[in-house]
Design a protein around this ligand. Structure first.
Ligand code: PMP
Length: 563
């Protein structure tokens, strides 16, 4: 499968024509960030080429033009969410900053000991941690709304959680893991009954639903441009004017003041009061283009298409016998979270990546939700209106293959290792040398086959004895649990043992250990791990986005040999 159905909508996104690891890109990580249409990319460049100037300040033509475009994006947001006034639209870096702004500006100055902040179990960390911080600062406490079987906020007992002491209720419109529309109107109704404010985290909803803040009657609504085809580093805080007016500035500096003297400073009006310093002008203007692009689409057509993708993908995923969805029933948007028992989530994501499929695996910045649902993490496929049925078919085919096949082949398959735990006296780990690794990878030309070799190494690595898997041996910074222990002999030669829950990490550990095992500290320091990975064609595993695990392993080795 090389070419996916080219709808007019899809054609606007140049990146979707690219190839990844030798395969046509299948981008199913839209909940993390969507791709950008050509008009947004071009607008960004055009701004810097033709009208770069600071906004609101200078009295020259370029500044006037930049200011007009910047403010016209604000107007578009106002009409997108049906706010009352442009003053109610505050530019931020994203949903995260919008929530922090409310927590610090409103929360820190209003909350008192005994006051309650109500969240739900499905919140993203961005809608938990800012509230924990302000709760600590003010003496307020946090209450958490439970979820029903379908993963939505349970409304049966809202009054058991939202009451007289509640000052604010902050919940997601759609969770980034569950993909179902929460009953936020009911939550807002109950909050209002108790004179509590409401903040709705719309990060996942805004790209899929028509949001009307007047109809919702929420006090705050937040979202990020990058999840709705706009650039990164731009977000929105909507707030009711009367509230924003009363709230003190969040950050201070230029732009947010009216007058400054050493005796007294007065603050600017809304929305500038909350926009200290030179903003992300190019980002706002390019976001304006994303909004214009969306205005030009047949919204109902896109929604119908997304709904069709949702039902199709749900029924196809349901046909994989071992697949376990995190919650019951189909999601409301094309976002699917599941596990494949017997396979580590990261192994599945890495295997899909090797054939060009981008998905996300892990806790998805919702650790409390993972604990609540009693899973360590999950795999998430999140689609957009530019994805296709053929792409779904391709992913399903790969998932079926992965759950059915056992990796075989390569010289390591012939090694028959006992099913016992490794110990420092067992030689198996040290059997592999850097030369062995080089010769394995010399034959593996494509990314698929390199990935296959890594998985094979992972599979053949002896497990570490349980008693060695302690908090001390845990490698901090690896998203999947991984452990490393060392031993040193009288001659100063180190032996290492390592293990991980994920085969892909076990494989990477084997590659790294081949380079450091049976060496002295000086020899280990002298070894250039970057070169080694580069020679093996594995630099992708060292890139900033994917290399944290590898870097954490290397860091742990360095720590162990300098202790
Ligand atoms: N809330 C939810 C539900 C999200 O999915 C995200 C992003 N994953 C955020 C908040 C934070 O958004 P940002 O990183 O753009 O600030």
């Amino acid at each position: 499968m090389e070419k996916f159905s080219d709808t007019h909508f899809r054609q606007q996104f140049p990146i979707l024509k690219s190839r990844v690891n030798g395969h046509a890109l299948v981008y199913f990580d839209n909940a993390a960030t969507t791709q950008k249409p050509a008009c947004v990319i071009e607008r960004y460049q055009e701004y810097y080429q033709q009208s770069n100037a600071n906004v609101h300040r200078a009295s020259h033509a370029l500044s006037a033009s930049a200011t007009a475009d910047y403010e016209s994006a604000r107007k578009r947001v106002k009409s997108l969410i049906n706010a009352n006034a442009e003053e109610e639209i505050i530019w931020t870096k994203g949903s995260t900053e919008s929530i922090n702004l409310v927590a610090q500006s409103w929360g820190r100055t209003t909350l008192q000991p005994g006051d309650e902040i109500v969240l739900s179990y499905s919140e993203h960390h961005a809608n938990i941690v800012p509230w924990q911080i302000v709760a600590k600062q003010t003496g307020a406490t946090i209450k958490v709304l439970p979820l029903g079987k379908t993963g939505q906020i349970a409304i049966a007992d809202l009054e058991g959680y939202i009451g007289e002491r509640t000052r604010i209720v902050c919940v997601g419109h759609i969770s980034n893991v569950i993909g179902r529309v929460n009953p936020i109107k009911e939550v807002i109704r109950v909050a209002k009954k108790h004179q509590a404010l409401t903040l709705i985290d719309g990060a996942q909803a805004i790209a899929h639903l028509k949001v009307d803040v007047k109809d919702l009657d929420c006090d705050f609504y937040v979202f990020s441009a990058h999840k709705m085809y706009g650039p990164t580093g731009i977000g929105v805080l909507y707030g009711k004017r009367a509230l924003l007016d009363k709230m003190p500035p969040y950050q201070a500096g230029g732009e947010m003041i009216k007058t400054v003297s050493f005796e007294q400073t007065t603050f600017n009006q809304l929305p500038h009061k909350f926009e200290a310093g030179t903003p992300n002008i190019a980002g706002v203007i390019a976001f304006g283009s994303a909004l214009e692009f969306l205005e030009q689409q047949d919204h109902l057509g896109l929604v119908a298409y997304e709904n069709a993708l949702t039902s199709y993908c749900f029924s196809e995923l349901s046909s994989i016998p071992t697949l376990k969805f995190l919650v019951d029933e189909a999601p409301d948007i094309p976002l699917f979270s599941f596990t494949l028992p017997g396979h580590h989530n990261h192994d599945i994501a890495a295997a899909l990546d090797s054939v060009g499929i981008a998905v996300r695996a892990g806790h998805h910045c919702t650790m409390p939700l993972m604990q609540y649902l009693n899973v360590a993490g999950c795999i998430r496929l999140s689609l957009s209106a530019y994805n296709s049925v053929q792409e779904i078919d391709f992913v399903i085919e790969q998932l079926k293959k992965l759950t059915q096949t056992v990796i075989t082949g390569s010289k390591l398959a012939s090694l028959s290792l006992d099913n016992k735990a490794a110990s420092f006296s067992s030689p198996e780990i040290a059997r592999l040398t850097v030369d062995d690794i080089y010769s394995m990878f010399a034959k593996a030309k494509s990314w698929d086959s390199k990935h296959r070799e890594i998985m094979l190494l992972g599979k053949k690595q002896l497990p570490m004895a349980v008693e060695n898997k302690t908090p001390l041996s845990l490698i901090a910074g690896c998203e999947s649990h991984a452990w490393l222990v060392s031993d040193i002999n009288a001659a100063g030669v180190y032996r290492f043992q390592a293990d991980s829950e994920a085969k892909v990490i076990r494989g990477l550990l084997a590659i790294i250990l081949a380079a450091v095992d049976n060496k002295t500290a000086a020899e280990i320091h002298a070894f250039d791990m970057n070169n080694y990975f580069s020679d093996l064609g594995l630099l992708q595993h060292l890139s900033p986005s994917r290399g944290n695990g590898v870097r954490a392993i290397v860091h742990k080795i360095q720590q162990l040999i300098t202790e």
